[in-house]
Ligand binder design. Structure first.
Ligand code: NAD
Ligand code: MG
Length: 398
């Protein structure tokens, strides 16, 4: 029997996750056809992707980028839109599958729009769950969307949970603990003194994964794992007490689920995002991803150790805001995005990133979350606050 083709929209097609997604799709032209691609300011790459995948719609940041893309595409039949309305249209294009792979808080509205439209949502944009977890999961419950995690740890947890698990009653499945693995990043063995002088390029040179610059810095500070703890708590309904992090420098085990009988299930794969992307695209089928098999004997050993929260305070901050609830995670996320941007522009020392977040959290009032407009207002206010803190600190730290 011939397979039906699924239509697919990739929000953030020109990024690391976006290009890996298109790499998997290219292997299965009979299964997928691309409906919309968004690329913000990377017009050249988006033009090549449009020529290769012939989407109905392409979206860029602004009118100037749109004009550039139209001229690159010539008479090609892809409609080009721009800005927030363009993103909204792409997210609401009614694709069978939407890949949410925009980086940062900019992903929240389009991802929520896709969730409200139903269909299968492949979530890479963890920041949207961190900022608006309750709202986001309510939107998923209220629509007929199927949310599948692409983040490798969460995809691993999903694969280790029973097929019929319920996020509101995970304990009924016998789950007692979820353990997320972390590589430890490029500075796993660096002293605090060494951390003070690290450069953006050193922070972005991840030992196992090739990723966008923002998430690479998050991996180096362990904030990425902190954001993932919050992400896991929303996705799977796990309490902070039942969520642990272990350092696993080889990045081969992507996470563990422990059951009450003492069994611990793990998911292993080479560290390549095409594995979780292919899993979520094909589920419950298994699609070839292009990633080779694990060489267990070649690997020889797998190491695990406890994270050092003294040298990497961001992980502790993430647990703190998860317990505090309300707008605290949105404030943490906004302050982190501002601090990481300042570090990447060499306006802030690496070791000042957690201090900026801590001071911003201390100065922003904790509020209850009522809606997405609220969250975006909290995000904006926290950025103003964080920017002021960065200015105060820049003089001292650099
Ligand atoms: P990236 O920087 O490589 O790509 C980001 C994408 O978002 C690009 O297509 C870019 O054009 C677009 N974009 C950037 N700013 C935008 C804005 N303001 N409005 C609209 N679009 C915008 O990032 P990435 O590494 O692919 O990460 C994407 C998301 O996936 C992040 O949330 C990240 O945490 C998550 N994630 C990434 C990886 C990975 O291996 N790269 C793994 C797990 C989760
Ligand atoms: Mg991850």
């Amino acid at each position: 029997m011939a397979l039906e083709t699924a239509s697919i929209t990739v929000l953030g097609a020109t990024g690391s996750i976006g290009t890996s997604t298109l790499g998997v799709l290219a292997r299965h032209p009979e299964r997928f056809r691309v409906r919309a691609l968004t690329g913000h300011r990377n017009v050249m790459l988006l033009a090549q992707q449009c020529q290769r995948f012939a989407p109905e719609l392409a979206v860029v940041a602004d009118a100037a980028s749109a004009a550039q893309l139209r001229s690159l595409l010539g008479g090609f039949g892809t409609e080009v839109l721009h800005g927030a309305e363009g993103l909204e249209q792409a997210a609401g294009a009614g694709a069978d599958i939407t890949v949410a792979a925009i980086v940062g808080s900019a992903g929240l509205r389009p991802t929520l729009r896709a969730v409200r439209g139903g269909g299968r949502i492949l979530l890479a944009n963890k920041e949207s769950l961190v900022m608006a977890g309750a709202l986001f999961m309510d939107a998923v419950a209220a629509s007929d969307a199927l949310l599948l995690p692409v983040d490798s740890e969460h995809n691993a947890v999903f694969q280790c949970l029973p097929g019929n698990f319920s996020r509101t009653r995970l304990v009924d499945s016998g789950v007692v603990r979820v353990v997320l693995t972390a590589s430890g990043g490029p500075f796993r063995q660096s002293s605090t003194a060494e951390l003070e002088g690290v450069t953006p390029d050193q922070a972005c040179a991840h030992p196992n994964w090739s990723m966008g610059r923002k998430i690479s810095v998050d991996s180096a500070t362990l904030m990425n794992k902190g954001l993932e703890v919050i992400e896991a708590s929303w996705l799977f309904g796990v309490a902070p007490e039942a969520l642990e992090v272990v350092i696993h420098p080889q990045s081969i085990v992507h996470s563990f689920v422990e059951y009450r009988d003492g069994s611990m299930l793990a998911h292993l794969a080479n560290p390549d995002m095409r594995v979780p992307i292919a899993h979520a695209l094909g589920w419950p089928d298994r699609l070839a991803s292009g990633v080779g098999p694990l060489d267990l004997v070649g690997l020889g050993r797998l190491d695990f150790s406890a994270p050092d929260t003294q040298r990497f305070p961001c992980l502790g901050l993430a647990y703190q805001v998860l317990r505090a609830g309300g707008t605290a995670p949105a404030v943490l996320n906004a302050a982190n995005e501002e601090a990481v941007a300042a570090f990447l522009q060499e306006r802030l020392a690496f070791t000042a990133i957690p201090a900026v977040i801590e001071r911003t959290l201390a100065r922003e009032p904790l509020q209850a979350v009522t809606g997405v407009d609220d969250i975006m207002a909290v995000d904006a206010a926290a950025r103003v606050r964080a920017t002021a803190v960065i200015r105060e600190m820049a003089g001292i730290a650099l």
